[in-house]
Ligand binder design. Sequence first.
Ligand SMILES: [Zn+2]
Length: 68
Amino acid sequence: MARYYVNMNAQANGDHEVHKTGCAWMPSEQNRRYLGEHSSCWSAVVEAQRHYLQSNGCYYCSYTCHTS
Ligand SMILES: [Zn+2]
């Protein structure tokens, strides 16, 4: 299990990126929303989509959930 967070600020393309603890691209504390502990990025992205419809896995820490 890993702790996941979603960036409250959208990227230029509108995506809200989902990150795992330890990612170098983790947003700062005031710019992220905690998504809970997940065994994979898939359920973390589903959780993120409850807040931000356009959520996407981070290219670096959650590549298998990243769509371009
Ligand atoms: Zn990341």
